[in-house]
Ligand binder design. Structure first.
Ligand SMILES: *[C@@H]1O[C@H](CO)[C@@H](O)[C@H](O)[C@H]1NC(C)=O
Length: 143
C-alpha cells in the first residue's frame, strides 16, 4: 500500500510535465511518446497496437541494443516479450555514438486475449553491457 502510494505520487508528479517517467536512463531522453497517451493512465482498448517512439542520445557508445519490457500488475512483475533494438532505430543506426540523437520506433501490441487490467509498463533499451540506455515507465489501463 505504502509503496503503491509512493509510486503513484512519483508518477503523478512527473506526468504533470510528461506522460512517461524516466526510470534511470544512462542516456538522455529528448522525447518519449506513446500513441494517443497524453494523460495517465493510458486507456487502451483491445486489440490494439500503439506506437512507442523515443528520441534519445546514448550515454556511451552502443553496439547492441535490446528492448526489455516489464508489466507491473497488482504488485507482481511480468516480463513482456519485447521486439529487437538496433533494427528499430529509424533515424540513425547502430553503433550509436555519444552526443548524437537517435529515434527509436516500436509497436506495443495489446492482444484481444489479454485480460482487462491496470499496469505500470517499464520499457527499456538495454545496451551490450546490460546498461539501461533508456528506461521509461508509464501507467496503462487495458479495458
Ligand atoms: C512514431 O514514429 C513513426 C516512425 O517515424 C511514425 O510513423 C509515427 O507516426 C510516430 N507515432 C507517433 C505517435 O508519434
Amino acid at each position: 500500500m505504502m509503496h503503491q502510494a509512493i509510486l503513484l505520487s512519483v508518477l503523478l508528479g512527473l506526468t504533470s510535465a510528461t506522460f512517461v517517467q524516466d526510470c534511470g536512463s544512462a542516456g538522455t531522453i529528448v522525447s518519449a511518446e506513446i500513441e494517443d497517451c497524453e494523460l495517465p493512465p493510458c486507456v487502451i482498448t483491445r486489440p490494439n497496437n500503439k506506437d512507442v517512439n523515443i528520441t534519445f542520445t546514448p550515454g556511451n557508445e552502443v553496439t547492441d541494443l535490446k528492448t526489455k519490457i516489464d508489466a507491473f500488475i497488482g504488485g507482481v512483475h511480468f516480463p513482456w516479450p519485447g521486439p529487437g533494438g538496433c533494427e528499430l532505430i529509424v533515424e540513425g543506426s547502430c553503433p550509436l555514438q555519444v552526443g548524437e540523437q537517435y529515434k527509436y520506433h516500436a509497436a506495443m501490441p495489446v492482444l484481444a486475449e489479454y485480460p482487462s487490467l491496470s499496469a505500470v509498463v517499464t520499457w527499456k533499451l538495454v545496451d551490450q553491457d546490460d546498461r539501461d540506455q533508456v528506461c521509461i515507465a508509464f501507467p496503462i489501463d487495458i479495458v
